[in-house]
Design a protein around this ligand. Structure first.
Ligand code: SAM
Length: 320
């Protein structure tokens, strides 16, 4: 059985990159009223306590979201102002600040915390997606959220968290292999107006190295079934050939399907005696056209907040 438990890692730098990208992508998709099918193939427990023994033992959230929260608070005057970044053609004004939006969303899960106190609750991808699909103005649209989690303890916790949402048929979860389950969900059902829209998050723990090949196979199959879906893949940047090869393989699959892609990475650098994951990436197929600019504005600020030593950095490449 798997030993990976996301409770030890919730709110770490990898979650910050993944969830910031997820929130920014969903915000763009939700500018249209047509319903969305949201699929999280590897959902985890849904929401986490940062004062739990697991989080305290690993210290990953302390080195992750706690530092971003602290920096966000000290920059709060600039949080919602439009930002400007340079480009070859001159300055581009970015009206939407994804980092401020992500932090505001996290703050909404921590309303009972005194102002300035470290957050105790960290929503995982299921609860973040649910929060966006039920925001005022969106609720009538009937988006659907489909969640899959294999670990018995996390599946049970996820089930309990979903029941508390009282979301009815809008949200469902199954203790099932997310790679297999995805096949039956694409293409997504058509809305009343005939449009089909889906966002798929594939976020395995990569505990077994065959996960890398399974991710590529799932994307290849997904693009064949539903070429216009928005696919987001998280992966760890570690010295393992399968991990190095995954973004290259995904880019090839996007190019073969003639679909646009985006690849973002965030590295927190090395520190004396530091162990654990130091960098990760997000690969997005069919990204919103605004996403590259939005991430190029947000990632330098994340690097500032999270860097722990040499080799910290970020990148955003896009093509297609
Ligand atoms: N997506 C979550 C988030 O952002 O909050 C975190 C997911 S965690 C990185 C990966 C999860 O996948 C673990 O909880 C693990 O138990 C689960 N898992 C592993 N293999 C799976 C599979 N084949 N299908 C579904 N879940 C799986």
């Amino acid at each position: 059985m798997f030993s990976y438990r996301h409770a030890f890692h919730a709110g770490n730098h990898a979650d910050v990159l993944k969830h910031l990208t997820l929130v920014a992508t969903l915000r763009h998709l939700m500018r249209k009223d047509n319903p969305l099918t949201l699929i999280d193939t590897h959902a985890g427990a849904g929401i986490y306590r940062l004062d739990s023994e697991a989080a305290q033992t690993s210290g990953e959230a302390l080195a992750g979201i706690a530092r971003v929260q602290h920096q966000g608070a000290s920059n709060s005057g600039a949080k919602t102002a439009p930002r400007t970044v340079g480009s070859a053609q001159g300055a581009i004004k970015i009206e939407y600040d994804a980092l401020a939006d992500y932090l505001a969303l996290l703050a909404s899960f921590n309303r009972s915390a005194p102002p300035g106190a470290p957050w105790r609750v960290y929503p995982g991808s299921p609860l973040l997606m649910h929060a966006l699909m039920t925001e005022p103005g969106r609720a009538a649209v009937h988006d659907r959220l489909r969640l899959f989690e294999l670990h018995p303890t996390d599946a049970q916790a996820l089930q309990a968290h979903i029941e508390q949402l009282d979301a009815g048929r809008q949200v469902s979860m199954a203790r099932q292999d997310g790679f297999e389950a995805l096949k039956a969900l694409l293409p997504p059902p058509a809305s009343g107006s005939g449009s089909r829209r889906a966002l798929v998050l594939i976020d395995p723990s990569y505990e077994i190295k065959t996960d890398y090949a399974k991710v590529a196979a799932a994307i290849q199959d997904g693009l064949r079934r539903f070429a216009t879906g928005v696919y987001l893949v998280w992966y760890p940047i570690i010295p393992r050939p399968e991990a190095h090869g995954l973004p290259r393989r995904l880019r090839t699959l996007a190019q073969q399907a003639d679909r646009p892609w985006l690849h973002a990475t965030l590295a927190i650098g090395s520190a004396p005696g530091a162990t654990g994951l130091a960098a990760s990436g997000m690969f997005v197929i069919n990204p919103p056209h605004t996403l590259a600019g939005i991430l190029r504005s947000a990632l330098p600020r994340l690097e500032d907040a999270l860097a722990r030593g040499p080799h910290a950095g970020w990148s955003v490449d896009a093509g297609g």
